[in-house]
Design a protein around this ligand. Structure first.
Ligand SMILES: Cc1cc2nc3c(=O)[nH]c(=O)nc-3n(C[C@H](O)[C@H](O)[C@H](O)COP(=O)(O)OP(=O)(O)OC[C@H]3O[C@@H](n4cnc5c(N)ncnc54)[C@H](O)[C@@H]3O)c2cc1C
Length: 510
């Protein structure tokens, strides 16, 4: 996987994809696998924006069951199985535990019925999965068992617990990168640190995009018959005329935040009802489940939502982190946390319904938005795609590529991304760190120190990296990439800024 800008500027591609988050990466992989000539541009590093900041749960859609939304539930079940099948080293089963109550819609009887129905609707969930990736049936457990599995289990008012199985992303950025790598191995041309400005248009139809190589400052054009903008929260800005590439607030968005605390406090994800009502939780609607999710050696707590006002995110990050800690202190006192425990805040922007789908306009969007702009007032050949979940990105990509293939007048080829494994790099766990770094630098397009620390390796995790470790990695990168001492120091500063507790942030553009 080589960062070859000259190659991007050379031929006429069938499609250029703007945005290398999980959705753009899946679109590029699917299109390349179907034989299209594909180019992919990412203005930062692959998977480093919203896709790096999820709660890492691959949802099987149990929540949709409660709303009677069987279509979305089946879609989530299918996509959860697909990820467990195609990326078994990066996605693993995750037990989820929630308290049951004595009476009402959260009683044991109610949960028994829900878990039974969930199992029935997901009878095919383990098709094609290796035994260690198969998801067992849901079941009820006693209060004692709840406390054994999660010692901080909030017992007040609980009659026991309900357990079902979803999946966990071990390293979301690694998964996005695996899709990009697979696309490139299939012939796609991809480059990180290339900012697209918007589509080039001639006679009412797209002819490609213009872009800037952020590393060299040079402008170039990518010629393509179709343009797909999959730039997450920046999509509405990029598809406006004229484009506003840096403006994520062209439409109302939700700010969403998780915090990460040290130590793996649980090996089962735990969902607890929050105490805040609608007034303090305008996006989520109040009294919803908040989750404690095991990381590799840390624990994630989330999610806090607020309307995104635009501008500087820092005040919102501080307010959200404090509010989230208070939520967990109230709902799960046994967890014993304070704001001082926060290692890192993960935040991102998510689309709202905003009148484009039914329901409260200030609630999180529930449906993907795939638009053929040429069918409206936009240029012919331009598509945009906004997903609502990491879980379902592969499926959204499939539908986007179906439309691109049809619009190109090509025969509809079968999508194979549900079956082709993408993470088969062999066992790197025993590879010496220097070998991993060299491979990342020479074969995986790592060009910044943060790419190496957080996305090509997990050396920057669990955020306890001493300056010496960061400096040692920086020295290897500097020697390989020919960095000046000043550049090396700036790269170290950038990583240390992201590691610094308690106010460091990873977020769009972070
Ligand atoms: C706090 C939080 C928790 C979440 N938890 C979960 C969860 O547990 N499970 C789940 O399934 N989903 C979860 N989600 C949702 C999920 O993370 C997102 O739906 C998904 O990551 C969006 O992916 P994307 O590729 O559309 O966007 P992004 O990851 O933002 O990718 C868009 C990319 O476009 C690039 N870009 C922007 N402008 C340009 C330009 N001009 N030129 C080139 N590139 C450009 C950006 O740099 C970015 O990398 C969560 C989200 C948040 C914020």
């Amino acid at each position: 996987m080589e960062r070859d800008i000259a190659r991007l500027a050379a031929p006429v591609y069938d499609v250029v994809v703007v945005g290398g988050g999980i959705l753009g990466a899946c679109i590029a992989w699917d299109a390349a696998l179907r034989g299209l000539q594909v180019a992919l541009l990412e203005r930062g590093d692959f998977g480093a924006a919203t896709s790096a900041n999820s709660l890492r749960i691959v949802h099987g859609g149990l929540r949709y069951l409660a709303r009677g939304d069987f279509r979305r539930m089946r879609e989530s079940i299918r996509e959860r199985s697909a990820l467990l099948r195609i990326a078994p080293t990066l996605v693993e089963p995750l037990p989820v535990l929630v308290p049951t109550e004595e009476l009402g819609t959260r009683s044991r009887a109610a949960f028994r019925a829900v878990l039974g129905l969930n199992d029935l609707l997901s009878l095919d969930r383990n098709r094609g999965l290796t035994p260690e990736r198969r998801l067992p049936a849901g079941h009820l457990i006693s209060l004692e068992e709840c406390r054994r599995r999660f010692p901080a289990f909030p017992s007040e008012g609980a009659s026991g617990g309900a357990v079902w199985y979803d999946a966990r992303l071990r390293h979301p950025e690694g998964l996005a990168l695996a899709f990009v790598r697979a696309a490139v191995e299939q012939g796609a041309a991809a480059a990180n640190y290339c900012r697209a400005h918007g589509p080039s248009i001639s006679d009412g139809a797209v002819t490609g995009v213009t872009a800037t190589d952020v590393l060299s400052g040079e402008e170039f054009s990518v010629r393509a018959r179709r343009v797909v903008v999959a730039a997450g929260p920046w999509t509405p800005g990029l598809t406006r005329n004229p484009p506003a590439a840096d403006d994520p607030s062209a439409l109302p968005q939700a700010f969403a935040l998780n915090v990460e605390i040290p130590g793996q406090r649980t090996d089962v994800a735990v969902g607890i009802r929050s105490r805040s009502g609608r007034r303090d939780d305008p996006i989520g609607g109040g009294n919803r489940y908040i989750f404690i999710v095991p990381g590799e050696s840390t624990t994630l707590l989330g999610t806090w939502y607020a309307p995104w006002p635009g501008g500087d995110p820092e005040p919102l990050i501080g307010r959200g982190a404090a509010a989230l800690v208070e939520e967990f202190r109230a709902a799960c006192p046994g967890l014993v946390i304070s704001s001082g425990d926060i290692l890192r805040c993960h935040w991102g922007l998510l689309p709202l319904k905003a009148g484009r789908e039914s329901g409260r306009p200030d609630a999180l969007a529930a449906q993907e938005r795939v638009i053929d702009h040429g069918a409206g007032v936009g240029p012919a050949g331009m598509f945009s795609a906004e997903g609502v979940k990491f879980t379902t990105a592969r499926g959204v990509a499939q539908r986007v590529v179906d439309r691109v293939v049809t619009s190109l007048g090509l025969p509809r080829t079968r999508c194979r991304t549900v079956e082709v494994r993408i993470d088969d790099l062999g066992d790197t766990s025993k590879a010496p760190p220097e070998a991993l770094l060299r491979r990342a630098l020479r074969e995986e397009m790592a060009v910044r120190l943060s790419d190496l620390m957080f996305r090509r390796t997990t050396f920057g995790l669990p955020f306890a990296a001493a300056p010496l470790t960061v400096a040692a990695v920086a020295r290897i990168a500097a020697a390989d990439l020919g960095w000046s001492p000043a550049r090396e120091a700036a790269e170290i500063d950038d990583v240390m800024r992201q590691l610094r507790p308690p106010g460091p942030t990873v977020g769009p553009g972070g």
